[in-house]
Design a protein around this ligand. Structure first.
Ligand code: NDP
Length: 452
């Protein structure tokens, strides 16, 4: 069909997507945001429409689903489901994290894998996109149970991954411990030591700054956005959700840049520390969350004058900058209205798709500095890409070298978003900028490689 009208194109495309992928609401949401951004560009480039680039991009190259049987400490047989979506390999081998969380579904992994393709393209590194994981819940499990689960998971997954094929990493519920167990089992099955996972320990092939990269990168991106208005993080009050990997290092970088982080959360509630989360308190959070895997409420028991809000997210707390770093759709329209009403003017997403469709539209309409996850949280996969390079070279860069490269990549992503998201004299639309910049490279590569 010869499209002239971007709205008509978007409507028809979404009808097609929904008919082919019924009930996959998170996937629909992620694709809609991208199609809305691209529609203008596509109707001006009919050869991409004719080649069905977008239809091909929403169809995973491969979907792998498998049984993961394991035995718990009491001797019970447990069955989980494993997933790997190998979404797009036009610009490099599949690359993207593994998530272990009881709520995941095919829709979750398809939305994450789709976003990953564009994000990886934005980093300018040669990485295609993939995502996977399991409905396994690591919470409350012993180390031995987690190990047995990871070993069973990789006993199937190992056939599909490899340093030149598909390179998984961490995500929610998958950190250094889980990557270690999975890498160990892969090495044992294949009898080879390769960089098949990223986020490895630094003693056995991991990159310095990889654990820090997503949180640091999100704050670097926020700083770049603020620079466009002659401003900086220094002196800003910052609310952060989550208390895992991304949130912890977002706090650390906000402190480095002179800001004041005041909140953290988990799935049970939010802590608000009006005095600010200091470095010493952050060390306590790391011990609490990464060491004995406790609940964020304990922070409020540990320190004076800290409020705890059971079952609430941090968005009612007054702030200048908000960094959602927990999970998808954790910031809805009402939260967005509250944030804006309280004077928040910067939102940089550490998590993937944390703002609902309606919240995102409000941020865009009001012209605040709003960075979608695929741009703001690309630092994690960027340093994963650097880990792959170091593994290939059999050489390690110093902390300073990796951090410098991370900063440069985040600055470049920011520049690309500005180039494609500029809107006359109006505010930069970072959503449009990220989506178009990410898309162009993948689309051109797909055009060059024929109908595959
Ligand atoms: P972690 O598992 O380390 O931490 C996740 C945090 O979010 C925990 O505090 C967790 O609380 C909270 N959380 C998770 N699910 C929910 C939920 N349904 N409702 C409320 N809180 C929830 O994960 P990461 O920090 O690695 O990941 C956080 C986000 O960042 C995710 O969206 C991920 O996709 C994204 N991301 C991560 C990257 C990385 O390098 N790790 C890279 C790019 C993006 P609780 O402990 O109670 O579950």
């Amino acid at each position: 069909m010869n499209y002239k009208d971007p709205v008509r194109f978007t409507e028809d495309f979404m009808s097609y997507l929904k008919a082919k992928n019924p009930r996959e609401t998170e996937f629909h949401q992620a694709v809609l945001v991208v199609v809305e951004s691209l529609a203008d560009f596509l109707v001006k480039n009919p050869r991409l429409i004719k080649a069905k680039i977008l239809e091909r991009m929403v169809e995973p190259e491969r979907v792998i689903m498998f049984r993961v049987p394991w035995i718990d400490d009491e001797g019970n047989v447990c069955i989980n489901r494993g997933y790997r979506i190998e979404m797009n390999s036009a610009i490099g081998p599949y690359k993207g994290g593994l998530r272990f969380h009881p709520t995941v579904s095919l829709s979750t992994f398809k939305f994450l894998a789709f976003e990953q393709v564009l994000k990886n393209s934005l980093t300018s590194l040669p990485m295609g996109g993939g995502k996977g994981g399991s409905d396994f819940n690591p919470k409350g499990k012993s180390d031995n149970e987690v190990m047995r689960f990871c070993q069973s998971f990789v006993t199937e997954l190992y056939r599909h991954i490899g340093a030149n094929t598909d390179i998984p990493a961490g995500d929610i519920g998958v950190g250094g411990r889980e990557i270690g167990y999975m890498f160990g089992q892969y090495k044992r099955l294949r009898n080879e030591f390769t960089g098949v996972f990223t986020g490895k320990g630094t003693d056995w092939g991991g990159s310095l700054i990889r654990p820090e990269a997503t949180g640091y990168g999100a704050v670097y991106f926020a700083e770049e956005m603020l620079k466009t208005r002659g401003d900086s993080i220094e002196g800003k009050k910052v609310t952060i959700s989550g208390s895992g990997n991304v949130a912890q290092y977002a706090v650390e970088k906000v402190l480095d840049l002179g800001g004041k982080p005041v909140t953290l959360s988990d799935s049970n509630g939010t802590i608000y520390d009006p005095a600010g989360i200091s470095r010493e308190k952050l060390e306590y959070v790391k011990m609490l969350k990464n060491g004995y895997r406790g609940r964020i409420k304990e922070y409020a028991d540990e320190y004076d004058k800290v409020e705890y809000f059971e079952n609430q997210r941090p968005w009612h707390i007054k702030c200048d900058v908000a960094l959602p770093c927990a999970t998808q759709n954790e910031l809805d329209l009402k939260d967005a209205e509250t944030l804006l009403g309280n004077g928040c003017f910067v939102v940089a997403e550490g998590a993937n798709m944390p703002s609902t469709y309606e919240a995102e539209h409000l941020f865009l309409e009001k012209g605040i500095l709003y960075a979608p996850g695929k741009a703001a949280n690309a630092g994690g996969v960027a340093v994963s890409g650097l880990e792959m390079t170091q593994n290939s070279m059999r050489f390690n860069w110093s902390r300073e070298e990796v951090d410098e490269k991370l900063k440069t990549i985040m600055t470049n992503i920011h520049e690309m978003c500005v180039t494609y998201g500029k809107n006359g004299d109006g505010p930069v639309n970072y959503v449009k900028g990220a989506n178009i910049a990410g898309f162009v490279k993948v689309a051109n590569s797909m055009m060059s490689q024929g109908i595959v």
